[in-house]
Design a protein around this ligand. Structure first.
Ligand code: IMP
Ligand code: MG
Length: 333
């Protein structure tokens, strides 16, 4: 199981947390670029904005792994270890590349990266440059990470061989993919489901399901093309005002982009779709517990997504909390 989306911020974190609590996997492994992503989970009255630790930490029976493709900023990681209390449940692949203070400095002072591209300033781009140049330091060389170092592909393969469940937590939207997104307004790596599998070290034939997480509308932080963007005042009329988890920048808002979603479903090989923030677009859906309780407009929207993308919508999210979801997997699959 693996999951991805559009320009980020669809609520991947919350969905991974829900799936972890509900499906009880043995492992939740984080993939994606690195601490440029902020995954939000509201759990037991607390809000977590996680940039390194997988959001599946809320399910205490699972091991939390970070795949070798993911960049690690030891300071950010250790802070989250303290916040979440994951302790010994955390494993960091020995081959994760490290973000150094100099990478952050470069990301924040380069006119190209900072002003033109509008990066998150977390050093990810420059750290990936160092990695490709074969100059990066790896996690196994960092004293402070020693207790967490592991062989992630081995752990995941052992779990799969025992028939246990594994969830791969992707990060960054599909539109931010270095290969398939709106270049040059993209992140520093591919973000598709294939990359997610590769980040963790799982072969493509081992993936059973790809959950595409789409928000009922689109948002984007940073520069770049945005086909369905609407003016901020219009978004405010709908009551939609959002800020980035990592940078605090105001997100640009647009209507649902069927063309982008179709392409995301195609390139990611989506087998299921989750639609998040349905309650923000269709206010009558707040607090709905069953599909039947959704408004006619919301049901029509879901039906249109299914027919246009040719993939079943199996989960919808109607609120912030981990349990504010309608899970239709048992009826639809
Ligand atoms: P970078 O990944 O920090 O180099 O930033 C490149 C672009 O990707 C910028 O537009 C960022 O705002 C965007 N970006 C990177 N990660 C995320 C994310 O997790 N959510 C939303 N936007 C992101
Ligand atoms: Mg985010």
């Amino acid at each position: 199981m693996s999951q991805v989306d559009n320009f980020g911020d669809e609520g991947k974190g919350k969905i991974v947390a829900y799936l972890a609590l509900n499906d009880k996997p043995k492992i939740v492994a984080r993939a994606g670029v690195g601490p440029n992503a902020g995954h939000t989970v509201h759990f037991r009255g607390k809000k977590f904005g996680l940039r390194q630790v997988p959001c599946g930490f809320v399910y205490e029976g699972a091991r939390m792994l970070i795949g070798s493709g993911v960049l690690v900023n030891p300071e950010v990681l250790l802070k989250e270890v303290a916040e979440t209390g994951v302790g010994e449940r955390l494993g960091v692949d020995m081959r994760c590349a490290i973000i150094e203070p100099g990478h952050i400095e470069q990301d924040r002072t380069s006119a190209h990266l900072k002003e033109k591209i509008g990066t998150t300033g977390t050093g990810c781009g420059p750290a990936n440059v160092a990695r490709v140049s074969r100059m990066a330091r790896l996690a196994e060389e960092v004293q402070d990470l020693r207790q967490f170092i592991t062989d992630v592909p081995r752990e995941v393969d052992d779990a799969l061989r025992r028939g246990e469940k594994v969830i791969l937590e992707g990060s960054q939207g599909f539109g931010l993919s270095l290969f398939h997104g709106t270049y040059p307004y993209v992140t520093s790596k591919d973000t598709s489901a294939s990359a997610i599998a590769s980040d963790v070290g799982v072969g493509p034939t081992k993936i059973d399901d790809v959950m595409l997480v789409l928000k009922a509308y689109v948002s984007r932080v940073g520069a770049g093309p945005f086909a369905t963007e609407i003016p901020q005042e219009k978004a405010e009329e709908f009551g939609i005002v959002e800020f980035g988890t990592v940078t605090g920048r105001r997100r640009r808002i647009g209507t649902f982009d069927f063309e982008l979603a179709k392409r995301a479903a195609m390139i990611n090989g989506a087998t299921q779709i989750t639609i998040t923030c349905l309650d923000r677009l269709f206010k009558e859906c707040v607090g709905a517990k069953k599909f039947e309780e959704l408004s006619a407009e919301a049901k029509d929207f879901i039906a249109k997504v299914e027919s246009e993308l040719g993939v079943p919508v199996t989960i919808v999210s109607v609120g912030q909390g981990v349990d504010d979801v309608i899970d239709m997997r048992s009826e639809k699959l």
